[in-house]
Design a protein around this ligand. Structure first.
Ligand code: SF4
Length: 453
């Protein structure tokens, strides 16, 4: 069985840790190694995944058709109303446009699409080639905004100028330009914005319902099931609650600086983090409404009473099984480590595309001895670690799925393609059920690595 050592590039050795072998020393938050085939996406893709769920906006990709195809319907984020976000538009730049410039084509595409679809706002994404030829997106957007009377926002997301994290920043800057213009007179003191949830399978509706039961009004979903008018009023909320900190933390910081809106980091995954997030929010509002803590405790108690007996059933069979986690932002990984522990399972590998030193330190603290912690990994490394640790289930996104299936390892999609909500107390039950059915499936007895035993 491979130890994994042979597939690790020399230049990447300091991005991989084995807990218990030396202290914490992780070199992360840097550019991907050229040729290592990183699992990370480009800057443009980072912007696209954040802004995509704004359902009543037009999303126009200014670039060759390949960039639009790469992110076509990328999140499948659910909307309770309009679904314009699910149509992906591109200027489809050709050789002639590259030579003579694509601004005229962009202007024509924008005006035609706005006339045809009447969006509340338009986002125009810059891609690699647009950064190279130097089309003035800002000028075209300003001209069309003045003519059509809606916000037209350039997203400076040229793919080559960094990694996915820069894309999140470009998306945050574009959204921030919408804020501050809406009427906030009807917003009550107990109000918040939900940042960093993308409503992939209806999660935001679960979380909003918890906030309703606590007596808190949600002003804007940023960005799952998002609306332009809500974003324009978001500065009127008393609090920002930020999940998936990599994606929208920059927006929370900008709102704090400009509007004085405080923010809390939360996670809606797993029992511990979901409960603690609700309690944190209740503590924040306690001075304004002393009854909120009591309502929150009642909510958590009601949900846990339903959930725990069901979890115990799954735990009986899952105890001792091994899990691996590789996700975009490390924040989700913290909750997953705790969720697997609740199911009696052992996390033997955990990594992320965009974690910071602080994130990895926290992972180091909460994981067991021997756990591999990896930053910005690639398919070769991940395959090698999965084999070395003889993992029963791998949790990741669309790019990790084929790695698991080729090795004959169970897989749980915790990203764009999932159809069952995994957040909230009901999400923990869905997660446990899915992990149980994947891990316990008899099919794994027939895969080559298990048959060889
Ligand atoms: S923006 Fe650049 S890196 Fe991203 S998909 Fe387009 S060509 Fe590829």
């Amino acid at each position: 069985m491979s130890t994994g050592a042979s597939v690790i590039f020399q230049e990447r050795k300091d991005q991989i840790l084995r807990k218990g072998q030396g202290g914490f020393d992780m070199n992360c938050n840097r550019e991907s190694l050229a040729g290592a085939v990183s699992q990370r996406a480009c800057v443009f893709c980072g912007s696209r995944v954040v802004l995509y769920p704004i359902a009543d906006a037009l999303h126009l990709v200014h670039g060759p058709i390949g960039c639009a195809a790469y992110t076509w319907d990328i999140r499948g984020a659910l909307s309770s109303g309009p679904a314009l976000h699910r149509l992906s538009f591109s200027t489809d730049l050709q050789e002639k446009d590259i030579i003579f410039g694509g601004e005229e084509k962009l202007y024509r595409a924008l005006t035609e699409l706005i006339d045809r679809h009447s969006p509340k706002a338009a986002f125009v994404y810059s891609t690699c080639i647009v950064g190279i030829i130097g089309d003035d997106l800002e000028a075209v957007c300003r001209k069309v905004a003045a003519e059509k009377g809606i916000p037209v926002l350039p997203v400076q997301s040229e793919g080559f100028k960094g990694n996915k994290r820069e894309g999140y920043g470009a998306a945050c800057k574009a959204m921030f330009r919408l804020m501050g213009s809406g009427d906030i007179s009807s917003i009550p003191p107990l109000s918040l914005n939900i940042l960093g949830d993308f409503n992939l399978a209806g999660e935001i509706w679960i979380i909003r319902e918890y906030f309703d039961r606590m007596g808190i009004q949600t002003v804007a979903n940023i960005t799952g099931d998002g609306r332009v008018e809500d974003l324009q009023r978001a500065h009127g909320a008393a609090l920002n609650v930020v999940q998936c900190s990599g994606a929208t933390m920059e927006l929370a910081k900008m709102m704090k600086e400009s509007f004085g809106t405080p923010f809390l980091r939360v996670s809606y995954f797993g029992v511990e983090d979901m409960s603690e997030s609700l309690y944190q929010i209740a503590r924040f509002f306690e001075t304004k409404d002393p009854g909120i803590m009591e309502r929150t405790k009642e909510l958590v108690k009601t949900e846990l009473t339903k959930l725990y007996p069901r979890l115990q059933e799954f735990r009986r069979e899952l105890a001792g099984k091994k899990a691996a986690i590789y996700v975009g932002g490390a924040f989700k990984a913290f909750s997953l480590v705790k969720a697997f522990r609740l199911l009696g399972m052992q996390v033997v590998l955990v990594g992320s595309q965009t974690g910071t030193e602080e994130d990895y330190k926290q992972l180091y603290e909460i994981t067991d001895e021997g756990t591999i912690i990896v930053d910005d990994s690639n398919p070769l490394e991940l395959s090698s670690f999965l084999k070395e640790k003889d993992v029963d289930v791998f949790v990741g996104g669309v790019k990790e799925r084929p790695i698991a299936y080729k090795l004959g390892v169970g897989f749980c999609d915790h990203n764009h393609e999932r159809k069952q909500p995994l957040e909230g107390f009901v999400g923990m039950l869905n997660f446990a059920r899915e992990i149980h059915s994947s891990v316990m499936s008899p099919v794994w007895r027939f895969v080559p690595r298990r048959k060889a035993r």
